[in-house]
Design a binder for this molecule. Structure first.
Ligand SMILES: Cc1cc2nc3c(=O)[nH]c(=O)nc-3n(C[C@H](O)[C@H](O)[C@H](O)COP(=O)(O)OP(=O)(O)OC[C@H]3O[C@@H](n4cnc5c(N)ncnc54)[C@H](O)[C@@H]3O)c2cc1C
Ligand code: FES
Length: 279
């Protein structure tokens, strides 16, 4: 059992848990994830390791409420326990001195990007971080990201704070503004990552994306997280989650992510109904 040491509500639908998981904390590297299971009957979901403290033996995860499991997770508080917390899984991010690295993060990806931006800066890169949210009230960790970046650019879809627009708009401004960009790293929703990859493609700027297909075991056994990269089938959990965004078959990924949509909606409705009756 893994105790939740700290809970913070970063924005209304995105929450942070610091979890006591010494074995995971000991080996965690930027870009890796954990697979968690709330209880004996819960489904397994992958969540990126947003930070760790090896001395304390703790790991930080940041999750967005989107369906049944993340809604259930959001009901927990400090002092509660998570039944399974397996990790670190996936290959660590490839960190080296590239030159100028633009780190982009949207939704939960703002937090997932944190250890990567930090490591990129420690490796001697100039780091420009770009973060997006639909609206000001959904933006978080600006100061935290700023502290590991040479420049931080925020953007909101509705223009309620900073520039109006999306990450791909800001990326275009950076590139069109004559800045030499050597690498773009993107984490967040699939559509945002796809737009970033399409934006940089004509400029030939290498763009690394952190793919988030549906996963079950997270160890390469179930085949659920299949993605096609450069025409080759890869398993995101063991071959990724980092891939070359210009090689990803985005249509296939988006289609596979929607396979269980009806079941996911039904599952949430059933849970909400049961929860409403028992409350
Ligand atoms: C390697 C990896 C790392 C991830 N890291 C994080 C993280 O740090 N924080 C975080 O909030 N989420 C993260 N995700 C996504 C997270 O795993 C899903 O949001 C979660 O499994 C949804 O479970 P659910 O039961 O709440 O919702 P479900 O009922 O399973 O899904 C509800 C809705 O969310 C969408 N969805 C389901 N799975 C995903 C997915 N993998 N990516 C995007 N949308 C999805 C569905 O299409 C559906 O619309 C990560 C996914 C992967 C593969
Ligand atoms: S999650 Fe099962 S093979 Fe990747």
């Amino acid at each position: 059992m893994y105790e939740i040491l700290l809970r913070e509500d970063l924005v209304p639908n995105i929450h942070l848990f610091k979890v006591a998981a010494p074995a995971v904390a000991k080996k965690a590297q930027p870009g890796q994830f954990a697979v968690i299971r709330l209880d004996e009957k819960g489904e397994r979901i992958p969540l990126t390791i947003a930070d760790w403290d090896r001395e304390e033996g703790s790991v930080t995860i940041v999750f967005m409420e989107v369906g049944t499991t993340t809604r259930r997770l959001a009901l927990l508080k400090a002092g509660d326990y998570i039944t399974n917390f397996v990790g670190p899984l996936g290959l660590p991010s490839h960190i080296e001195k590239f030159g100028t690295v633009v780190c982009v993060g949207g939704c939960y990806g703002i937090a997932s990007m944190m250890p990567i931006a930090r490591a990129m800066r420690e490796a001697g890169n100039k780091v420009i971080s770009v973060i997006e949210a639909r609206s000001k009230s959904l933006l978080f960790w600006e100061e935290r990201l700023r502290s590991v970046s040479d420049q931080l650019i925020s953007t909101t879809g509705d223009g309620s704070y900073a520039a109006k627009g999306w990450i791909s708009d800001r990326l275009e401004e950076i590139v069109a503004g004559g800045n030499k960009v050597d690498l773009v790293v993107a984490i967040g929703c699939t559509y945002m990552m796809m737009l970033c990859a399409e934006m940089t493609r004509p400029f030939g700027i290498k763009t690394i994306v952190h793919l988030n297909p549906i996963m079950v075991d997270g160890t390469g056994m179930c085949g659920c997280c299949q993605v096609s990269v450069g025409g080759v089938t890869r398993f995101a959990c063991v071959d990724g989650p980092e891939f070359d965004g210009h090689q990803v078959d985005w249509d296939l990924l988006l289609a596979r992510q929607g396979i269980y949509l009806d079941d996911e909606i039904r599952s949430l409705q059933v849970w909400e109904c049961q929860n409403w009756h028992s409350s």
